[in-house]
Design a protein. Structure first.
Length: 212
């Protein structure tokens, strides 16, 4: 992959890519998941050498995870459907002097980027999709992840008590979504840090390899 390839010209406007889920409006303020730093689980993965080569952060929000990886010398592209989030991510990259790229793009159509990556990060996006959207999403990831590439997936867990917050996801749902062309290396209990008083939320962290 040519990591120097400019992508700004391929960006998608708000008019072309409406945010049907309403997240763009949430970025007029500070949503609960926007903690002003990378998620601790992402940092742990990075410190363990889990990110290699070119990285795509799918559903990057205001860019903290992507910027953490960029600061470690990795070429990173963050994409999000929220123009406000992407604008904030770009401002952070400029302010911190980091070369991470950010685009408004559709996670269900990643092939349109015409790019390939060695590692993918989904930190809090998978649980947003409805059942019918999961197969197109998995296919979209496959279209940009190199054979042998690794997906690090963090999603809201069915272990989380109560009913507030995102949809809960079971281990079985993750396993059922990544079948043909994928190998699930592990699914382990994890946490999402939040900026709300109730503290962290329970999550699943999955390591999934794109088949050769």
């Amino acid at each position: 992959m040519d990591v120097d390839q400019p992508l700004r010209a391929q960006d998608t406007s708000m008019a072309d890519l409406p945010d049907h889920r309403g997240f763009d409006e949430m970025y007029t303020g500070v949503p609960p998941w926007d903690i002003g730093r990378a998620q601790p689980e992402v940092v742990r993965i990075a410190e363990a050498g889990g990110f290699t080569g070119a990285v795509i952060d799918v559903g990057c929000g205001t860019g903290e995870n992507a910027l953490e990886l960029s600061g470690r010398g990795l070429p990173v592209l963050g994409i999000d459907a929220s123009p406000r989030a992407v604008e904030k991510a770009r401002a952070k990259a400029t302010e911190r002097g980091l070369p991470a790229e950010f685009l408004v793009a559709d996670a269900l159509s990643l092939g349109s980027l015409d790019r390939r990556f060695n590692t993918a990060l989904d930190c809090g996006l998978f649980h947003v999709f409805e059942d019918r959207e999961r197969p197109p999403y998995v296919a979209s990831l496959a279209s940009v992840l190199e054979p042998g590439g690794v997906l690090h997936l963090l999603c809201f867990s069915d272990r989380q008590p109560g009913v507030m917050g995102p949809r809960r996801v079971t281990q079985q749902e993750i396993q059922a979504s990544f079948v043909d062309g994928w190998e699930i290396m592990e699914i382990v209990a994890a946490e999402f840090a939040t900026n709300v008083p109730v503290g962290p939320a329970r999550a699943w962290r999955a390591t999934i390899v794109r088949a050769q």
